[in-house]
Design a protein around this ligand. Structure first.
Ligand SMILES: [Zn+2]
Ligand SMILES: [Zn+2]
Length: 373
């Protein structure tokens, strides 16, 4: 493995007698060339960057550089604390480790921050979850301050550069990391990263640039949504600070139970109680569905556990095509024959109905097998 390693000076493209500054500059130039933003389609960029980072790690520390100069790659292989560049989750993580959150393109020190996401729960009925509904939401958000336009100070206020960070918005901390000494940039606490300190603060937002504001939003809840699913409304969260982008709004939808129905994937299921006499004679019954009342025909001799399917009266699939059914499960109610009259009629019926009246079409449990699938 070590045999195949390229010379570190060659990797960075510097002379063997290059000084620290030349090495640093060479590495930054190399890193800039190999940055994933610049080379999104180059699969070798990452490994080439790792190679350069490794070379820089060794050559930027006098101790390891001396070791390398004397013994080459072999002299370093047993060194404790060597960085394994493959330990980084992503190329970006690696960059962040090297450049401390990285302003190598001068993008650091941005004074604006993205607004926080906002979560809100909304409760809808079972029927609404099947047919879809628009819901007006009212909640407290954070908006850009209207008095100062989100700047945090009244218009026209003189603004001085921040003394703490010299107007950079960042303070640099030199620390000892996996690459030897490196510089980590942190947001300046004195100016919250803006690099500027106004002489007066906005009295409405106390310099925050943001204020609590009651807000309304109409969210469109699609038919077919499951309880607990979230709808993301991009940009409807809290306002960002000092002109930063707003966060998102997450609406968690809770579907209330309905005593008449339950849900089985895309199907609506309901239970239909039928008196035994109607089940024997056959009948037509009105049945509630999520789309309103439907008429259901029961044949003579309808059994408990039989199901009647109303095609397309269920939930639509959220993605793609398809619509579930409404399954009506028949529950034949058997009364007591307590009065003398009732007993007499049932006894008479017992005599009248012969074996053939009890047509064998499977048992009760066979029928119920299809109910909970
Ligand atoms: Zn500052
Ligand atoms: Zn303000």
């Amino acid at each position: 493995m070590n045999d195949q390693k390229r010379d570190y000076y060659d990797v960075l493209g510097v002379e063997r007698n290059a000084d620290d500054d030349q090495i640093k500059k060479a590495f930054r130039r190399r890193a800039r060339e190999l940055h994933p933003d610049v080379n999104p389609d180059d699969p070798t960029a990452e490994s080439r960057f790792k190679e350069a980072a490794e070379a820089y790690e060794v050559l930027s520390s006098p101790e390891t550089r001396q070791m390398y100069d004397r013994y080459g790659h072999e002299g370093l292989s047993q060194r404790a604390g060597a960085t394994n560049f493959n330990d980084f989750g992503s190329f970006q993580d690696l960059f962040d480790a090297v450049f401390g959150g990285g302003d190598m393109f001068g993008r650091g020190g941005q004074s604006s921050g993205q607004g926080e996401d906002l979560g809100i729960q909304v409760s809808i009925s079972f029927v609404e979850s099947a047919v879809g509904v628009n819901r007006d939401l009212a909640f407290d958000g954070i908006d850009a301050c209207g008095v100062c336009g989100g700047q945090g100070y009244p218009p026209g206020t003189p603004v001085d550069p921040c003394v703490t960070c010299a107007g950079q918005g960042q303070v640099r901390q030199v620390s000892r990391g996996p690459f030897g000494q490196f510089v980590r940039a942190q947001v300046c606490g004195a100016c919250q990263g803006s690099g500027r300190i106004p002489r007066e603060r906005c009295s409405s937002c106390h310099g925050e640039g943001r204020v609590k504001a009651p807000r309304t939003h109409t969210v469109s809840i699609p038919a077919g949504i499951f309880s607990g699913q979230q709808i993301r409304v991009t940009g409807a969260g809290h306002a960002g600070s000092r002109g930063g982008p707003a966060g998102d709004l997450y609406v968690e939808v809770i579907v209330q139970e309905d005593a008449r129905f339950w849900r089985d994937e895309l199907d609506v299921v309901s239970r239909l109680e039928v008196p035994v006499t109607q089940a024997m004679l056959g009948t037509s019954v009105g049945v509630a569905t999520v789309f309103g009342e439907e008429s259901v025909d029961l044949h003579p001799g309808t059994q408990s556990g039989e199901q009647v399917v109303l095609r397309g009266k269920g939930f639509p699939a959220l993605q793609g095509r398809g619509q579930g059914d409404h399954r009506v499960i028949v529950d034949v109610r058997i009364p007591r024959a307590e009065s003398d009259d009732a007993r007499a009629i049932v006894e008479q019926l017992t005599d009248v109905l012969d074996e053939r009246a009890y047509r064998d079409d499977g048992g009760f449990f066979d029928r119920l097998r299809h109910v909970f699938r």
